[in-house]
Design a protein around this ligand. Structure first.
Ligand SMILES: [Zn+2]
Length: 292
């Protein structure tokens, strides 16, 4: 199962699903277009985590396991024996011999409402988007990163991880920008962009946020490829308590970029800074600073 998880991880993580079928599944069904965030195994059990917060939990009988096939490749077992089928652009993964296949919604503070009430659903045409922008700007934890605050349903709902990455790219905002450093106009831009992208894709089975980019997404799933805006290489970083996948471009997402914190206790950092002229300048400032 450990090996199956490794194979599934390689095939699935970061991709979006084009088909999900399961015989006798208990629980919510992952939707077409949902992205796969993680694959984990615990003994004979294997879990696939989707970006809409749904977790598919599978347990297997003695000879049961997940198979991974390229699209069009012949399966090694008969189709009617398949319990779960997940298809992406390049892969079909199939669970055979399951003892149990069930889905549940993961408890995740970034996906579930806490005290304070849900923010408006940006997919709704009557949603008050200025209210969302205000909730983002006045976010209760100003030391949060903008990327984390955006996913808090108390700010707005309906924005999943794919949109988070795409909206930040579109707005040119650094994902690690602290909420406290993001101006109100940028908060509004983020919300309006999110609403525009979510609404444009309501009827579509495949999410498109950047029609000019092959695949339709500007950064999501494009790590290692060139950014169409600046030509820099798109990065993939795990972020936050749930280590969600964050795709971003370091070349052009520089809006509100946080300054790296300097650790002056580090002797090497101190040595690097020890240019005599610099030291002289700083000691002058300290000497001439008026007493407060
Ligand atoms: Zn770029």
């Amino acid at each position: 199962m450990y090996r199956a998880a490794a194979v599934l991880r390689t095939a699935l993580v970061g991709t979006t699903i084009s088909r999900f079928e399961s015989v006798g599944l208990v629980g919510p069904v992952p939707q077409v277009g949902a992205a796969i965030e993680r694959v984990e195994n615990h003994g004979k059990q294997l879990e696939i985590v989707f970006d809409d917060g749904i977790v598919l939990h599978t347990q297997f009988r003695m000879r049961g396991t997940w198979h991974a096939y390229h699209v069009g490749q012949k399966w090694k077992r008969r189709r009617h024996l398949a319990h779960v089928i997940i298809e992406t652009e390049d892969w079909v993964v199939v669970a055979f011999g399951t003892r149990l296949a069930e889905t549940y919604r993961q408890f995740d503070q970034s996906r579930h409402p806490r005290a304070g009430g849900l923010g408006p659903d940006v997919a709704r045409l009557d949603a008050d988007l200025h209210e969302c922008a205000s909730r983002l700007f006045h976010y209760d934890n100003q030391d949060s990163t903008i990327a984390e605050a955006m996913l808090d349903p108390r700010v707005m709902s309906g924005v999943g991880n794919v949109y988070r990455c795409e909206v930040l790219w579109s707005s040119g905002v650094h994902p690690w920008a602290l909420v406290s450093s993001v101006p109100q106009s940028t908060c509004l831009d983020i919300v309006l962009t999110a609403a525009g992208q979510v609404r444009a894709n309501l009827q579509s089975p495949v999410r498109v946020t950047a029609p000019d980019v092959p695949g339709g997404l500007a950064v999501y799933g494009r790590n290692g490829q060139k950014c169409v805006r600046c030509g820099d290489v798109i990065r993939l970083t795990k972020m936050g308590t749930h280590a969600r996948l964050l795709y971003w471009c370091p070349g052009c997402q520089v809006g509100c970029e946080p300054y790296p914190e300097r650790d002056d206790s580090d002797p090497i950092a101190r040595m690097m800074d020890a240019h005599p002229a610099g030291s002289q300048f700083i000691s002058d400032i300290l000497r001439h600073r008026p007493a407060s």
